[in-house]
Design a binder for this molecule. Structure first.
Ligand code: ZN
Length: 215
């Protein structure tokens, strides 16, 4: 780890897990607000691979290393608590509603610029540098090996954007940026034209996508 960038021992730069954590946190905050859940979110970055070693991490960093997991669970179990009815309801709500399927309308105080840009993997949800197949129709996650059609991956990430920024316009430039410039302008435009309705023209062109196409 150097500054805020993360590298493998081989020198290859990887996506910063803190950014992934932040984007997931925003999604969870939205979910809580939507479902009127009043709970404090306490975030920790937990590395579960026992072979994982983090070099040059800052001391104040809120990270749980593989060797600390047992200790953390013991600590949590030591905190006395009683499960009240409303807390059980919260658990039920979380279990019955998938975060992925929920549509959030309300706005929270967070900024576009603060969120990490990129395409997430459908299976492991990490931000990845996708490998394209020869036809460029599919993308593959180098982390877990899952492959997905480009269109499906892009639509899923557009949906994330609409969930987080329902008031904002969908433009080619914004989607290009949101997905970390992994795709070309032409690819984004093709997908928006295919699944969305084009509005306006020239520099003011934006797209409206029917909810049904996103589910
Ligand atoms: Zn993956």
């Amino acid at each position: 780890m150097r500054n805020n960038d993360w590298f493998l021992i081989s020198g290859k730069q990887i996506d910063n897990p803190v950014n992934q954590l932040q984007r997931q946190r925003v999604r969870l905050e939205k979910f809580f607000e939507e479902n009127k859940i009043n709970l404090k979110i306490n975030q920790k970055l937990v590395f579960i691979n026992p072979k994982f070693v983090l070099y040059e991490a800052k001391r104040d960093f809120n990270v749980i290393m593989p060797g600390q997991i047992d200790w953390l669970i013991e600590e949590l179990n030591r905190i006395p608590c009683r499960v009240y009815e409303h807390q059980q309801k919260i658990v039920d709500t979380i279990q019955t509603k998938s975060l992925k399927k929920s549509r959030y309308e309300t706005d929270l105080d967070y900024e576009y610029d603060r969120l990490f840009k990129g395409i997430t993997c459908v299976t492991c949800e990490s931000f990845v540098e996708f490998d394209f197949d020869v036809s460029r129709k599919k993308v593959q996650c180098p982390k877990c090996g899952e492959s997905e059609l480009v269109d499906a991956a892009v639509l899923r990430n557009i949906k994330d954007y609409i969930i987080l920024f329902p008031e904002e316009q969908l433009t080619v430039g914004r989607m290009l940026d949101w997905m970390g410039f992994i795709l070309s302008k032409q690819q984004i435009r093709r997908i928006l034209n295919k699944y969305g309705a084009k509005q306006g023209s020239g520099r003011k062109t934006y797209y409206v996508i029917d909810n049904n196409k996103l589910n």
